[in-house]
Design a protein around this ligand. Structure first.
Ligand SMILES: [Zn+2]
Length: 320
């Protein structure tokens, strides 16, 4: 779909699926979570709700217990957020942040399970569990009226969905900011993070350092097509290989992200990286930056994989 020059589409196969040792859930990972768990829990009555996570619940009113004794009516996604709907008239808004996972288990969590942040016990005996791995407690949830979810501050600030049918990207990205930054800004377009931005830009053969305002119409079209192609391909990949229970580590179908020093799957050139304090950006210098490494690619404040580590940049908001 993306290439018009006869190249093979890059989402035909994923020979290089990788485990997400330090990957943060993005649109495809959130989407498959909702897609797989929803049919298993819809119609089940909530027996009890508890929040072992000290800082997990952002709101005290209404209390979590308004969900009890009512059936769940669905799970959906908006941007990187999950929304659990209930027949109570209230919904639960969940953000997994960097290390959270929403998983369905056949039995209640052990009281000593330190990953438990939010526990929703169902009448079948199953438990829908928000877990978080690592030392930081950042995943959060809040209760809101189902009719009010769409006007919640966290949702109204989000840009249009990156999948399945994003708008034309030329006007959306028309600013001096580099594509790498603008595409991850959830207020510009919702759902893309550090991993999928690398993949999308590589598929579109666009430099991460290129300014949005410098995109030609053809480039903007390619970028939109690459966005749909890669996110769609990832979701279909997950549909083929995943089922319940969802594993903690998903088989991300990545081609360039976290593959610094490896051969580009398309042209064989060594993949370059720009290191930030907490993450890394990867790209193919031959296909994306005209052979330039980042030091000469016009992206101030960053260095190539052979250089020093630059300061981390502020995360796009909201959604983080
Ligand atoms: Zn390449």
């Amino acid at each position: 779909m993306v290439p018009s020059d006869g190249r093979v589409s890059r989402c035909v196969a994923f020979p290089a699926a990788a485990e997400d040792n330090c990957l943060v859930p993005e649109l495809p990972e959130i989407e498959i979570t909702a897609h797989l768990i929803e049919p298993a829990v819809t119609g089940q009555v909530v027996g009890s709700v508890a929040a072992p996570g000290l800082n997990t619940i952002k709101t005290f009113r209404p209390p979590l217990q308004v969900l009890e004794r009512h059936e769940l009516t669905g799970i959906r996604r908006r941007g990187k957020l999950l929304i659990v709907d209930s027949g109570s008239g209230f919904s639960l808004l969940i953000h997994l942040m960097s290390a959270g996972r929403l998983q369905l288990f056949e039995a209640p969590a052990s009281a000593t399970d330190r990953t438990s942040r939010l526990l929703i016990r169902l009448d079948s005996g199953q438990e829908l569990r928000l877990r978080e791995f690592g030392t930081r407690q950042r995943a959060w949830a809040k209760v809101a009226g189902t009719g009010e979810v769409e006007v919640d501050d966290y949702l109204t600030g989000l840009g249009p969905e990156a999948w399945p049918d994003p708008p034309e990207l030329g006007p959306l990205l028309d600013s001096p900011r580099p594509l790498y930054t603008a595409l991850r800004d959830q207020t510009v377009i919702a759902g893309i993070g550090r991993a999928w931005v690398d993949e999308i830009l590589w598929t579109a053969r666009l430099s991460p350092f290129k300014r949005g305002e410098d995109l030609s119409a053809a480039e903007a079209d390619s970028l939109r097509a690459a966005t749909v192609e890669r996110l769609d391909g990832a979701i279909h990949h997950y549909e083929r290989v995943l089922g319940l229970p969802l594993p903690h580590k998903l088989p991300w179908p990545l081609q360039v992200h976290h593959r610094e020093g490896e051969a580009c799957p398309s042209c064989g050139t060594t993949i370059e990286a720009v290191h930030y304090r907490d993450y890394v950006m990867c790209y193919c210098p031959a296909e994306q930056t005209g052979g330039s490494r980042s030091r000469t690619a016009g992206f101030r404040g960053c260095s190539s994989s052979s250089g020093a580590v630059p300061e981390a940049r502020a995360e796009p908001r909201p959604g983080h």
